[in-house]
Write a protein that binds this ligand. Sequence first.
Ligand code: BG6
Length: 472
Amino acid sequence: MPDTTTPFPQGFLWGGATAANQIEGAYAEGGKGLSIQDVLPGGGIAPRTDAPTPDNLKLEAIDFYHRYAADIDLFAEMGFSVFRISIAWSRIFPNGDDAEPNEEGLAFYDRVFDECARHGIEPLVTLSHYETPLHLTEAYDGWVSRDLIGFYERFARTVFERYRDKVTYWLTFNEINSILHLPLMSGGIGTPKAELSPSALFQAAHHELVASALATKVAHEVNPDARVGCMVIAAPIYPLTPDPVDVVAAMEADHANLMFSDVHVRGAYPGYALRYFREHGIVLDITDADREILRHTVDFVSFSYYMSVCETGDPARKTAGEGNIMGGVPNPTLPASEWGWQIDPRGLRVILNQFWDRWQKPLFIVENGLGARDQLVEVDGVRTVIDDYRIAYLNDHLVQVREAISDGVQVMGYTSWGPIDLVSASTAQMSKRYGFIYVDRNDDGTGTLERYRKKSFGWYADVIRTNGASLR
Ligand code: BG6
């Protein structure tokens, strides 16, 4: 019997999650430098261009840079107690390696955090969300270079000090484990993936892990009350069949993901990772100083959850899933979104239990949601979207969060992805919408940018007001 009585804990953080490059626009205003997103018009799955092109929807995005106050008002109307955003590194250090920060960029986020504070909303801030300054890609090949650790530390220290009294919750890298699959978008690495050696790729991952631990250390020095989390893509990997060969294949695929949070939580590389490096000829430059820094472990583990996948040890059965950037084989029992992402609410309970059992660290679901095409309609003279499909998706996932809490898992909060429609990371479309708030902008760049409340807006407000008791 599902447990429908156990409430979400008092103080559970409810809200939504975004990223600077997908909402802000104003890509060349306020002294901002270019980031890799400004030259990725097709999102993470298309090649970059040499310079920003007008077909890149992220250049204007949803104009949050100018409309942040009205947007935060709408979040407050839904009752948000937390709002996840990222700070665009290239707004603060336009080239990434500058000696001094850009005051105009810092002042922008002051205004955003002040607006959150006015509504009693806690900011949850990602330092690096797929938006490495372009100069760091061109001059250093992104995180392949050890130099980026120092540049990132300077950026992190600058914002920790500046926002010491405004921000308590920090995330170091968005979906850090995605670097193995998306080296450019995730790691700012300009060398094409096909030409990148496994050693260079894992060295880049190592640099990010050291930078993340260093940022955690600095955050605690600047503000002992700061709470720092790692952020990973979480996807349960089920064996495709009960054949032990598939079970082991699933376990090994899982290791590739878990390695990142294992290092963040345990402060050292796990044995299975060292074995993988040894057996694949991966030679890494890991210094004693690196090992010392890695001991600065995170306060909580955060993750995105959209789908589960299967794995098999049988090469003949290994087929790629549509829209699945992390690899894996489609699950024959599950439905999928219009973009091929398989929908598995129970997988969220599985992940919450797995992570809690493994680390006994508080968990924060910082992304979850359904990308779908919406139809703007008029009801009683008011423009809206009747998005029952989105309500069903979110309800079913939140019911599984409640189940996990009943299992004894400590969950800090839930921020659904894209509470306001934004530009998709993987496809750079507007039409892949996640929001409770519709933004009038189309894939061809037309639209007024007006905001409209969808049916899910009222539904989510009820969930928050009742602290989850309204879930079905
Ligand atoms: C996560 C990213 O992978 O998924 C977000 O952290 C992204 O940036 C979200 O937007 C949804 O993916 P997409 O491709 O539908 O935008």
